[in-house]
Design a protein around this ligand. Structure first.
Ligand code: MN
Length: 251
């Protein structure tokens, strides 16, 4: 899905001094024109860079639009060709001025990957967004739908140390849950039993009505596909958190 551009620089910088200008900048220029989809974002970035260059504007607004161009996928070779091409029409000194800015923007080293990015690169399934059921978890977890039809399947990812509360998958008939580990290392534990280690490829079948929890090991990320087994009046009953003491005993 295309990400909608939201701009607040006008209101931040000129909201009090020039409210109409701020409105036109944020709501019309960025709100409507930049979000219009006849031209793709990358093309609009190139047009903007060339327009500013042609007007002789080589200040922070050009810098912003060069950064925006890079963020929209304009490569170093492409921006060099764009500036070179435009220079033939708008003049040599402007070409030099723009190249000085562009060189810095495209020479910046890539931002360092986060732990989440690095983990994502190690597994096939998406990590997804922060888990909306986070209140039933200790630590941070993420949820990504894999299948929304027939049999619902989600990829659930746990940061190191994260686990869900004790819970029960109830159903009047059928029901239960199946877990397939797809990344990292974690545990599954049924009430009154030893925890079972889960590594990629391991599968756990959880019958309806059994109290249990699942989550990451203390020092590793963990992902499992959660497959909800269809059942009559299926629901999840969330119970107490797994205590730090019981969890810390797991290796
Ligand atoms: Mn479960």
């Amino acid at each position: 899905m295309k990400e909608r551009i939201v701009q607040t620089a006008g209101r931040e910088q000129l909201g009090e001094f020039a409210p109409m200008f701020a409105h036109l900048n944020d709501d019309v220029l960025f709100g409507e024109v930049w979000n219009d989809d006849v031209l793709d974002g990358k093309t609009k970035c190139i047009i903007t860079v060339v327009s500013l260059m042609a007007s002789g504007i080589t200040d922070s607004s050009l810098l912003y639009h060069l950064q925006n161009a890079r963020a929209h996928g304009v490569t170093r070779a492409e921006i060099a060709a764009v500036i070179t091409h435009a220079t033939m029409y708008v003049g040599w000194p402007r070409g030099w001025a723009v190249f000085r800015l562009a060189k810095d923007v495209w020479n910046e080293t890539e931002p360092a990957l986060t732990e989440k990015d690095r983990y994502q690169n190690s597994i096939f399934f998406p990590v997804g967004e922060k888990n909306p059921y986070g209140q039933f978890f200790t630590g941070q977890s993420y949820l990504a739908p894999v299948s929304a039809e027939q049999v619902p399947v989600f990829n659930v990812t746990f940061e190191p140390g994260c686990r869900n509360n004790w819970h029960i998958h109830h159903a009047a008939k059928g029901g239960g849950q199946m877990l397939i580990c797809v990344g990292g290392r974690g545990f599954y534990q049924e009430w009154g039993r030893e925890a079972v280690e889960m590594k990629p490829g391991d599968c756990v079948n959880i019958p309806e009505g059994v109290k249990h929890w699942h989550g990451a090991a203390q020092d590793t990320w963990f992902s499992h596909l959660a497959i909800e087994i269809p059942g009559e009046n299926a629901r999840v009953e969330w119970l107490e958190a797994v205590s730090d003491e019981e969890y810390a005993a797991l290796r």
